[in-house]
Ligand binder design. Structure first.
Ligand SMILES: [Zn+2]
Length: 244
């Protein structure tokens, strides 16, 4: 199987995992950088992730323009993906989600912190991007142009994820497996932190603990373990490539 064929399979798997794990619903999306052309990325046409198939995948330039004469409607918020790929050559997978558990931390004074070991890759504190800071109070909160995508990418900076005020989150990973894993555990982390806060004080991960977990290798066999497990549960185990 060619690198591109496996990329299409992986992108379908990522869509199905995120839907099955309730990270995305009718809305939300996941993309990957084109495996042989870093100036392009792959993303489904405007379709709910649970329904995405290989033939839905479209190709875009980093400024969100459709490649070729593909006339199918793309996602309005594709600029989230292009903005991040443009700013971060180390990023090869991007997820955008409206996961409810993360929303309180985007609209309150309480910062979302890493509190469980599986979410250590989110960093000590997740920054919040508020679209109104630069684009005023009259947007529809969606990221609908490259300027907004670039501004969001700036808030992520060299990190992995930013919350989007009143909207959701955008996450970046070295591989598509890496960003899917982070996106599965980010809402879990938010849920655990909210539950702990209702009990009183809580203890986030210490900086040394974040550091010692910071060397997650997305290509390691233990990373494939979660990817394979989630893919099989989501009904797309037949699309998995060779085990590393
Ligand atoms: Zn959105």
């Amino acid at each position: 199987m060619s690198e591109l064929e496996q990329a299409f399979h992986d992108l379908v798997i990522a869509n199905r995992i995120l839907a099955h794990q309730s990270v995305v619903d009718a809305y939300g999306h996941v993309s990957m950088r084109h495996p042989t052309n870093p100036e392009r990325f792959l993303l489904s046409r405007s379709r709910s992730p649970e329904l995405v198939e290989e033939r839905d995948i479209m190709e875009f330039t980093l400024d969100g323009k459709v490649v070729g004469d593909d006339r199918r409607p793309p996602y309005l918020e594709r600029f989230i993906h292009g903005g991040i790929y443009e700013a971060r050559p180390d990023v090869n997978g991007v997820v955008h989600s409206h996961a409810e558990e993360t929303l309180p931390f985007g609209i309150s004074e309480t910062p979302l912190k890493a509190v469980i070991h599986v979410a250590s890759s989110i960093g000590a504190t997740v920054p919040v991007w508020d679209i109104s800071e630069k684009f005023g109070d009259n947007t529809n909160l969606l990221v609908v142009n490259q300027e907004q995508g670039r501004d969001l990418a700036k808030r992520i900076a060299q990190g992995r994820v930013a919350l989007m005020r009143g909207h959701g989150f955008a996450a970046a990973g070295a591989t598509i497996q890496d960003v899917v894993r982070l996106s599965v555990y980010l809402p879990v982390n938010a849920r655990v932190m909210s539950a702990a806060m209702s009990m009183g004080k809580f203890k986030p991960l210490a900086s040394g603990e974040l550091e010692s977990r910071g060397h997650f290798n997305p290509k390691a066999p233990e990373s494939f373990r979660a990817w394979e497990y989630w893919a099989r549960r989501a009904g797309v185990g037949h699309l998995l490539g060779a085990m590393p």
